[in-house]
Write a protein that binds this ligand. Sequence first.
Ligand code: ADP
Ligand code: MG
Ligand code: MG
Length: 209
Amino acid sequence: MITRDLLLDILKNIAAVIKDNRQFLTDLDAAIGDGDHGINMNKGFKAVEEKLDTVRDKDCGTILKTTAMTLISTVGGASGPLYGTAFLKAAMVVNGKMEIDNEDIVKMFDEGIQGIIMRGKAKRGEKTMLDALIPAYEELMNSLKDGSTIAEAFNKACKAAYDGVEYTKTIRATKGRASYLGDRSIGHQDPGATSSYLIIKTVADTLNR
Ligand code: ADP
Ligand code: MG
Ligand code: MG
């Protein structure tokens, strides 16, 4: 179960982790893209953090919808609309709810991924954020089915996301700016997969505190 206060903590912690990794994400994007992923994500989550105060007493759906709209309007580049759509789809699952149960979490994760696929038309194996998110989702779902607590399930999902980031080093990008490099994108980890891993890790770390 994730209470509204825990959700607010998670979002605040994501903003802090993205800020700390801003240069790292930008360096990864400089190697195979245009070197702005850390800048884009930090701008977006800094704006989200500033908005949180205005929705502190609202339901989880409103908090996440505000997060989504803020990301869409402040993050330049491909990642803004993609993460924004993911948060928007997740928000709709918990519309009006003051807390999020395990069933909601699985559904939010699934809806979020479907939103990214709808918007970006990518699939697994194209060296994008989906290569971290889809394995993490599958691991989360299976762990919960096997009786893990939500905190344990996110730890396992985090490990799967990490492996997904490692996998992006071995493949060629066929979506986004990195696809312009063709085979020269091989050997580099995808910045978006890396930010997705960091987001999942932050959820795991916050739940395990
Ligand atoms: P831009 O490439 O427009 O500068 P960012 O640098 O912020 O945007 O984000 C790049 C990341 O976005 C990539 O590393 C990749 O993970 C993700 N991405 C790009 N295009 C797609 C897509 N069509 N579907 C899913 N993810 C994508
Ligand atoms: Mg970029
Ligand atoms: Mg850009």
